[in-house]
Write a new protein. Sequence first.
Length: 191
Amino acid sequence: MSKPAQPVAVWHLEGRFLSLLVKDGKPKYMRLMTADGEYCIKLAKELRASVSATLVPGAWIQVWGEKKSGYKGYKTDATKLKAFRISTVAPGQAEPPLPVKAERPASATILVCQKSDCLKRGGKAVCHALEAALRDRNLTDQVTLRGTGCMKQCKAGPHVVFMPEKTRYSRVAARDVAALVDEQFPRDPQN
């Protein structure tokens, strides 16, 4: 029996940049002091070069990212933060946070891992169930279903990611697909 799929939550923080933590000669994490305390945040690969060149200790910044819980090797209540956007701001002049569930644009994409471990764990059935669910809800013209390479979490496959929000689900079974599609693409009550 598979575990229920766990979505990735989007978060937003504002505070003072403290320092970068370097691993193998590259910045991989940043320390941020907020009103709630200090955070250690992993940097997305796209951010690593620009952050080291632009941020100075003590600068006020806003950070947006993903929060994941219950990683293997960590306590089950452990939370991991990963930044995907950083901007400098003056204190008290922060932009409003990104909405947790933004309005979906006219075209969305669902990514499904197509590597062998995910396929062995039911990835092909998940793809077929996604195709059927999109067809049943008349979403085939608004949503693109795309297979991807490895998402680096092979033992928790199959993996499905709803874009552009980057909502990630692990251990997805074909029987879970209808509920996931309903959650991501709520039906219009007027129809």
